[in-house]
Design a protein around this ligand. Sequence first.
Ligand code: GUN
Length: 293
Amino acid sequence: MTASLIDGKAIAEEFAAENALRASRLRAAGTVPGLAVVIVGDDPASRVYVRYKALACERAGLASWVHALPADTPQARLVEFVRSLNADPAVHGILVQLPLPKPLDARAVIEAIDPAKDVDGFHYHNVGALVVGEPAFYPCTPWGVMRLLEHEGVALEGRHAVVVGRSTIVGKPMALMLLNAGATVTVCHSKTRDLAAMTRQGDVLVAAVGRARMITADMVKPGAVVIDVGINRLPDGRLCGDVDAEGVAAVASRLTPVPGGVGPMTIAMVVANTVHGAEVAAGIAATGPTRFA
Ligand code: GUN
């Protein structure tokens, strides 16, 4: 079998067009949707991601502000700054780029964000809503994966989905979303014994570990749909995923490339969540951006 690639870049463009349309309707009704991004310190990868998010907002006709704060910003000052964004009616989405430099307490900062502006879906309120399967802001990367799977007509109900990685940003919310969509879900991680025996059970396999090319062909069920969330830099500077794409393409039926797979979908979901926040603020949408088809 030779896997066909899932073109996340092209699919994200479709979502971007929908975001732009919704944003233009909002503007016509007097509301310019706005995203405030807070970045602390000068982590180069974080700076790149933040730039992409702001650019995507501009392209869709949103306002965006990137607030770059010094690495030695005190915790109280950061929390106070987030609260000022909560109070700003022009801001519909607030995103604090992670990781934060030490000794800042990311959890305390996230809890300071108004849950109605928490477009990352990291606040306990939104995490809890995801656990019980209710509409909320859902974390953008796993939510982008769900929209990608839906777009490609990948059935989940009754299928076995295996998630490799248990991070708060991707692995755990991914597992919950797949579970809420009716899949049987296994979550694997660095302590899992006989990882290959687990991953080989996956009709859908999501790799979110952050280790270059660790998912090899022998770990994949023939015909599986493989979603590669990893973005790793090789010693020669090239980007690659958590999946050994060349080998796995011979076994899987569908595969997301890196770059051009999940990454663009994450960005599209940041914009979609911000637009949704603005729609709720303008009274033209009910609370919660999410639905399961
Ligand atoms: N760092 C890596 N991924 C993310 C994300 O989705 N949101 C935020 N805020 N920070 C991140």
